[in-house]
Write a protein that binds this ligand. Structure first.
Ligand SMILES: O=C(O)CCC(=O)C(=O)O
Length: 291
């Protein structure tokens, strides 16, 4: 008896100690900075049910690596803008590490220029860096009085990898040209416009892939003629009531894909406004099909 009592006491306390250590560990584990390790970030994505396309290290920034996750399609968000216009958003299109590999490659290897363009009859330096890549023999692209030089895909093999990934995600698409933009800081932007140049036809599909700093992408409905000049009728209305255009906002994150379809270019405009808080560069690729 003398011997049994201390033994029970020690045994019980030992169990308590084991339980305490276990709970302390698991509670601590949930507060570990998971995002710091690349492996952990993949685990975190897997745990959250997000299924990015993943590329082997050699594919990111190298040529050809394509270890893909075929379940990527699950995470797409479709926004019906009405009137036959649609936007598809895939927040995790490219896995984080691969996307940083591509960012570094594009940042260093693309021959970025900042051309002078014409806006509302005035010359101005375009408020972002740009580059254009296209198949040979296509109609030249011209916007804001500027005709960019068309580079060949062969100069940038990584762009072919990204193009293949986009084609895989969007069955039936056949992009043959690409406009690249680099926003160095939050002061760089693209103002309201539509990619409604006739060379893309009436219902172009435009696929936009983002790397680096996340930025807001805005869409607003174009005003109809009567909305744009409400006083132009025979009888002037007593009070002009111009309603605000419909607007949508998407936060385009590192490795995301946004697709504009249907009549989006005919009926809507888009922009990436200045943002003081965006302190690091963003690279955006818009894949298009010249008809
Ligand atoms: O940077 C973006 O997300 C948009 C680029 C764009 O509007 C364009 O290339 O026409």
């Amino acid at each position: 008896m003398v011997c049994i009592l201390p033994c029970c006491f020690i045994h019980r306390n030992f169990r308590l100690l084991v339980l305490f250590t276990y709970f302390q560990k698991s509670a601590f584990a949930t507060h570990l900075p998971l995002h710091r390790s690349p492996m952990a970030s993949r685990l975190r994505l897997a745990a959250s049910g997000e299924n990015p396309i993943t590329y082997s290290k050699s594919g990111a920034g190298g040529e050809g690596g394509t270890e893909r996750n075929p379940e990527e399609a699950r995470r797409r968000e479709v926004t019906d803008l009405g009137g036959g216009s649609e936007v598809v958003h895939v927040a995790r299109f490219v896995a984080r590490e691969a996307a940083w590999g591509w960012f570094d490659y594009l940042d260093k290897r693309i021959p970025w220029t900042r051309p002078t363009i014409r806006v509302f009859g005035r010359s101005a330096v375009q408020p972002r860096d740009t580059c254009y890549v296209a198949d040979e023999g296509l109609t030249d692209l011209r916007y804001s009085g500027h005709q960019p030089h068309a580079h060949s895909w062969d100069e940038f093999p990584v762009l072919k990898d990204i193009l293949n990934a986009v084609h895989e995600a969007l069955p039936g698409s056949h992009f043959n040209s690409l406009l690249l933009n680099r926003y160095k800081t939050g002061s760089d932007y693209v103002s309201w416009h539509a990619d409604d140049e006739p060379l893309y036809g009436p219902t172009p599909e435009i696929a936009s892939v983002t790397f680096g700093c996340e930025r807001e992408f805005l869409l607003r409905k174009k005003l109809t003629k009567s909305q744009a000049s409400p006083g132009s009728g025979e009888v002037a209305p007593k009070r002009l009531k111009v309603s605000a255009p419909q607007q949508h906002s998407f936060l385009l994150k590192h490795g995301s894909l946004l697709v504009m379809r249907g009549y989006t270019q005919r009926d809507w405009q888009h922009s990436v406004p200045k943002r003081a808080k965006a302190s690091s560069p963003r690279i955006n690729l818009t894949f298009r099909r010249v008809l």
